[in-house]
Write a protein that binds this ligand. Structure first.
Ligand SMILES: *Cc1c(COP(=O)(O)O)cnc(C)c1O
Length: 372
């Protein structure tokens, strides 16, 4: 770590990322893989992750916002970048300036893109967005023809792809996901009916990559899987993944807390007998969520210990009972020791959220150390 000595940090294992990318590619065979690096690559560092994926010849990268695409271009990334989310009209020139791939989720937006491209005397590459059941951005599948037809009237637009998004591919019941796939394929019949070749067709996120092989189509869009985290418990059985991120801190204070004396805000926990409590310099302002209070465990010296009392903004207390721990001892918040492992999925379960929110909640205050 060059710029900081902060005793709380994340290690990012880019070799694990590479292995996950290759495992996903092997799993989907001839289907293209577009790694998703939005939200600072799910907290893993968008520039570092994209650089590694570019070295691996990823065919394109997916981001949510145009700003994320601009960040990558400014970092020297030359791989095609697809902006998956919507954009407002004033952002359209940014796409053109930085050679980013548009999502066109409506006829209006498509025409705005066409006009902007004509003005700039260039061609805009777009993927048309169809809504098959998410009720988010995109033209309803039952009106998809209007978008497909409008695209044929936009000479400055090149339709490279057509896509949609699953609402519940991570649930054990896949009926709705199958219905969405069916609606998507039905809408796409427009192309053969007009004797046109299919654009690149894509629908599968991480959950569908693992659970719904018939949804792989021409391209898949893995986010969470790439980072070695499973959206469902079945996932790890079909694809061998390695966690990419681990999160560590250090003991910064030790004290003995006498029986009955409550620890932290709100006095939510007190020991029944005198016990040893250490303080860690990490809190909810780092993304170590307050919902982990009295729920989470950490690993110190290959032993599991409980978080006790409320997690504070910048500090968290651990009951180490009769173990010993010294200032500077390493503490694993996410990661493995010889005998124990704490996963992103564990933190999600303890704080009653999803792994996505755990990863993306780790704030910029936590320094990242990248390992190639
Ligand atoms: C974020 C996102 C993905 C990746 O989702 P995961 O569940 O992390 O694989 C795929 N497609 C779209 C449109 C997204 O916004």
């Amino acid at each position: 770590m060059s710029d900081t000595q902060r005793p709380t940090w994340c290690d990012i294992d880019l070799t694990a990322l590479e292995n996950n990318y290759k495992a996903i590619q092997a799993h989907v065979g001839n289907t293209q893989v577009m790694p998703i690096v939005k939200a600072d690559a799910y907290g893993h560092g968008i520039t570092q992750v994209a650089t590694r994926l570019e070295e691996l010849n990823a065919p394109c990268l997916g981001v949510a916002y145009v700003e994320e695409g601009v960040t990558l271009r400014k970092a020297g990334i030359t791989t095609p970048i697809h902006v998956l989310g919507g954009a407002v009209e004033r952002q359209i020139p940014l796409f053109i300036e930085h050679d980013l791939i548009f999502t066109a989720p409506s006829v209006d937006k498509l025409r705005q893109i066409n006009e902007a491209a004509e003005t700039a005397k260039t061609k805009a590459t777009v993927h048309l967005k169809i809504d098959t059941g998410m009720e988010r951005i995109g033209v309803h599948h039952y009106n998809a023809d209007t978008l497909f037809e409008a695209a044929l009237q936009c000479p400055a637009v090149k339709v490279e792809g057509v896509f949609t998004h699953f609402a519940s591919a991570d649930e054990p019941q896949l009926e709705f996901a199958r219905l969405q796939l069916e609606r998507f394929l039905e809408a796409l019949e427009f192309y053969p009916q007009h004797s046109l070749p299919y654009p690149t067709r894509h629908i599968a996120n991480s959950a569908a990559i693992a659970a719904l092989p018939e949804a792989h189509l021409d391209l898949v869009r893995p986010g969470l899987l790439l980072y070695g985290v499973a959206p469902t418990t079945e996932t790890t059985q079909t694809i061998a993944l390695q966690p990419v991120l681990s999160w560590r801190s250090e003991v910064i204070y030790f004290k003995v807390v006498e029986a009955g004396n409550p620890v932290s805000y709100g006095s939510t926990w007190a020991p029944q007998a005198s016990t040893r409590v250490v303080t860690l310099p990490v809190g909810y302002a780092d993304g170590y969520r307050r919902a982990l209070s009295n729920k989470a465990q950490v690993i110190i010296d290959d032993e599991l210990h409980n978080v006790v009392g409320r997690v504070c903004m910048d500090q968290t207390m651990i009951d180490i009972k009769d173990s010993s721990a010294y200032n500077g001892d390493e503490v694993i918040l996410i990661g493995s020791s010889d005998a124990h492992q704490i996963t992103v999925e564990d933190l999600a379960r303890w704080s009653e959220t999803i792994p996505y929110e755990i990863l993306t909640a780790i704030t910029a205050r936590v320094p990242r150390r990248w390992h190639t």
